[in-house]
Design a protein around this ligand. Structure first.
Ligand code: NAP
Length: 642
């Protein structure tokens, strides 16, 4: 069978190829040319990318150099076409490493190469898949319940199906996608490039935007679900209320409430929680908010029946969601008042709202490995560099301003980007330049639309605290009334209340919520002592603030979980749970590491990453390459089996 990443054969005319080339990432194209021609000398000459920056996919090549590459590409592609588009010969490992290094203009350390090779799947094999092993009847006797059908729950379903393990996915919504189902607010889009933000084994050449909007993301997950035949395993509009472990039968009883309100119990040998961290909306208690006379709703519960045209809208909160909502609704509303407690750091991404040209889609479909190298080009700059940059230098003098020299340079770059857009408006500059270290909260991607919105005549940015809400206004602490017809809460989620509000009861009747308290933790973010055969995806300590993609993390977690299930089923074990000492050590090391990173700094006063004590338990402080290697192969010595 043809390697799926070798591209579909094509008969495109020279003229149409030339048109397509105008759209492409030229450095990525050059690597595809190496596959097509078998000639590594193509990348050993003068024509090469000059630098690397996240989402700068042309490698800062000059227009002249790009034109030169297009001119030399055309005959190579035409010859390949005329030969019938044969599947290219595999490229030797040392040349692949050379190609990686060439594309990103820096050495890709050897420890990263196996992870990247796996992520790129250049040989067309999906090595994260676990094939069914052992006796089918043993697998059949091992039903699994997956909670949630967002990106991680869907992935769990795909892998369980491949492994021949029976499963039921319980999903509280009426459709697939999780956060991409719920967050339908105007302007919702992903901020990790989509040609990387998709499953490694389900790339898409169909994205219409480089950072797709919510409906397209939801459709992607729907299409993947259909292709893998997962839908028949899902119970929609059914919420898991809780789960209780029974030691005698070594089963979980999972209590659900269906669309008709009826409760049911599902019995499972293992439970996979795939509920995410950002799905329980947080709405602050503000005096008088119940007196508000008009429509009021949270960004993740957008009321599409409310017509905002000509209305005065008050938006409370402006993090990642508000940052996308304001530019989208501002042109249609009469007036928009944005109440922002903390200014946000943002960095330039000119591609943020760009459409994917037809040439790119053609190349992704037809040019050998173009999509794979493009994925790598998006992944690499966000792979662990952000973590190095987030490290605190305790000797750096002004920790309120920056946590290290690198962080100071980042601050200067981001500040310049912000101030260059605001012009000479000192009042606005004072409001929009953050007063805490750069990257201390989740940094936002920007193409200028946010600040452009704030300079509109019908938009006000209010940084004064809210005192109370009245029937038709938000009143700030300075006594000013801000009239409003509609109230939007873009105030985030209960990210620290992991698995809340489900009641999870483990061995000996221990309650997960009370045993965690304010400090949720799981070994590798996946398993918890006292809760046998319970596996978390996107569990505590696995959210990413430094780069990568949650889909990458999910793929790591699910490979690990399928290995756990393999041992449980294959070796006829009743249950497994992590050893207390391994768990304690993991948590202690993770916390120690977290304290060395910018997100933990006291200078970052408000952050949804932090718990009531200012500690961070939801984020990963680890390099992606470490997490990948720790979850690649299960170490049974980390567990107690029964
Ligand atoms: P968020 O980033 O937590 O922002 C919440 C906003 O509400 C902040 O401005 C926050 O102010 C404010 N707020 C919260 N409680 C408040 C209170 N009591 N008084 C006044 N203001 C209050 O939430 P989000 O914007 O929904 O984003 C959450 C996460 O979802 C993001 O970090 C990201 O991981 C994800 N997300 C991703 C995308 C994307 O991929 N493009 C888009 C949207 C969301 P402070 O900053 O002062 O706390």
């Amino acid at each position: 069978m043809r390697n799926p990443h070798a591209g579909e054969p094509f008969g495109t005319s020279d003229e149409d190829i030339a048109l397509a080339l105008a759209d492409l990432s030229i450095p990525t194209l050059m690597l595809s040319l190496v596959h097509m021609s078998g000639d590594p000398e193509l990348i050993r000459g003068r024509l090469r990318p000059a630098g690397l920056f996240l989402n700068e996919v042309q490698g800062y090549m000059t227009e002249e150099d790009k034109a030169e590459v297009r001119a030399l590409a055309l005959p190579i592609i035409a010859r390949y076409r005329d030969q019938g588009c044969p599947e290219p010969e595999p490229v030797p490992a040392d040349l692949l490493h050379e190609m990686m290094t060439w594309l990103v203009c820096e050495d890709v350390p050897a420890e990263y190469v196996p992870m990247l090779m796996e992520e790129m799947e250049l040989d067309g094999s999906d090595v994260r898949k676990v094939e069914p092993v052992g006796d089918a009847s043993l697998r059949q006797a091992f039903p699994v319940v997956v909670i949630g059908c967002g990106q991680s729950g869907l992935l769990a379903g795909i892998r369980l199906k491949e492994a021949g393990i029976p499963f039921t996915i319980v999903e509280k919504n009426a459709g697939v996608g999780g956060t991409w189902w719920e967050n339908s607010y105007p302007g919702a889009r992903v901020d990790v490039g989509n040609h990387f933000y998709c499953y490694s084994f389900e790339p898409s050449d169909a994205w219409t935007e480089f950072f797709a909007q919510q409906p397209e993301l939801q459709s992607y997950f729907e299409a993947v679900m259909t292709r893998h035949g997962i839908e028949e395993h899902v119970r929609w509009e059914t919420e898991v209320l809780g789960a209780t472990w029974d030691d005698d039968s070594a089963t979980w009883s999972v209590t659900t409430r269906g669309p008709d309100g009826g409760e049911e119990t599902l019995v499972a040998r293992a439970v996979i929680s795939a509920v995410g961290q950002l799905n329980r909306p947080h709405t602050p208690d503000i005096p008088g908010q119940r007196d508000f006379a008009g429509p009021a709703f949270h960004s993740a519960r957008w009321d599409h029946t409310v017509d905002l045209a000509g209305k005065r809208v008050a938006m409370i909160g402006a993090g990642a969601s508000g940052f996308q909502i304001a530019p989208t609704i501002a042109p249609e509303v009469d007036h928009l008042t944005v109440f922002q407690r903390t200014a946000q750091w943002m960095f330039p991404n000119p591609n943020y709202h760009e459409v994917v040209g037809p040439g790119v889609r053609w190349a992704l479909r037809h040019l050998p490995f173009y999509g794979r190298w493009y994925r790598f080009l998006l992944f690499w700059p966000s792979c662990d560099k952000g973590l190095e940059a987030a490290r605190v230098d305790p000797d750096y003098p002004d920790q309120q301003r920056a946590v290290s020299e690198t962080n100071e340079l980042t601050r200067q770059m981001f500040t310049e980007w912000i101030t260059s857009q605001v012009g000479d408006d000192p009042d606005l500059i004072a409001k929009v330049v953050p007063d805490y270290p750069a990257t201390g909260k989740r940094t936002l991607q920007d193409n200028g639309s946010w600040l452009r919105t704030l300079t509109r005549d019908n938009v006000d940015l209010v940084r004064t605290g809210i005192d109370h809400i009245e029937a038709d206004a938000v009143v700030t602490e300075d006594g000013e009334r801000h009239p409003a017809d509609v109230l939007v809460y873009a105030t985030g989620f209960h990210a620290n209340r992991v698995l809340w509000p489900m009641d999870i009861t483990g061995r000996g009747g221990i309650d997960l919520r009370s045993s965690w308290g304010e400090r949720p933790a799981a070994y590798l973010g996946i398993t918890v002592p006292g809760f046998p055969n319970l596996f978390c995806m996107y569990g505590p300590g696995t959210n990413l603030a430094h780069g990568g993609s949650l889909i990458f993390h999910s793929e790591c977690q699910m490979r690990y979980i399928t290995q756990c299930l393999d041992v449980l089923i294959g070796e006829g074990r009743r249950s497994m749970e992590p050893r207390q000492d391994r768990y304690d050590d993991w948590h202690e090391r993770s916390q120690r590491e977290m304290r060395t990173l910018v997100w933990s700094q006291p200078s970052v006063r408000h952050s949804f990453f932090k718990n009531a004590y200012g500690e961070i338990h939801v984020l990963s402080p680890w390099r992606l390459v470490d997490y990948w290697s720790w979850t690649k192969e299960l170490d049974v010595g980390d567990f107690e089996f029964r």
